[in-house]
Write a protein that binds this ligand. Structure first.
Ligand SMILES: [Zn+2]
Length: 64
């Protein structure tokens, strides 16, 4: 996969319209793909996705 094509929002490959992905993803899915219709130009396209986690850590009080 080309890195430049990975964006954190769904972009229609036809008209470049950007769409929120929340209604389309099941939070349990780590990765996958689905087809959807652009809400602007109404053309169908395929979406591949990966879930990413970000971690931060900090010391607990009283733990040396
Ligand atoms: Zn479109």
């Amino acid at each position: 996969m080309n890195k430049e094509e990975m964006v954190d929002i769904i972009k229609c490959p036809h008209c470049k319209h950007k769409m929120d992905y929340d209604p389309y993803l099941d939070v349990c899915d780590m990765s996958g793909e689905f087809d959807m219709d652009c809400e602007k130009c109404k053309k169908t396209f395929n979406v591949n996705f990966y879930s990413m986690f970000y971690f931060t850590t900090k010391k607990l009080e009283g733990v040396e």
